[in-house]
Ligand binder design. Structure first.
Ligand code: ZN
Length: 60
């Protein structure tokens, strides 16, 4: 079995990080996945339209 992230052979099949070779690769992959999710830009529909500006900038 090879680590899907770095391609290194995973010899210890009992390790909890499977199928990754190490906790590090597991976290990196998870990070990639998460950043990929967040990379999708959300359409901002709540921009100020000019009207309905009921919000007071207000000084505190
Ligand atoms: Zn790896």
């Amino acid at each position: 079995m090879k680590c899907p992230l770095c391609g290194k052979e995973v010899k210890d099949l009992k390790q909890p990080c499977r199928p990754f070779c190490s906790e590090r690769c597991k976290l990196i992959d998870l990070g990639n996945w998460i950043s990929g999710e967040y990379r999708v830009p959300l359409p901002e529909t709540n921009e100020k339209d000019g009207e309905n500006a009921t919000e007071d900038p207000g000084e505190e």
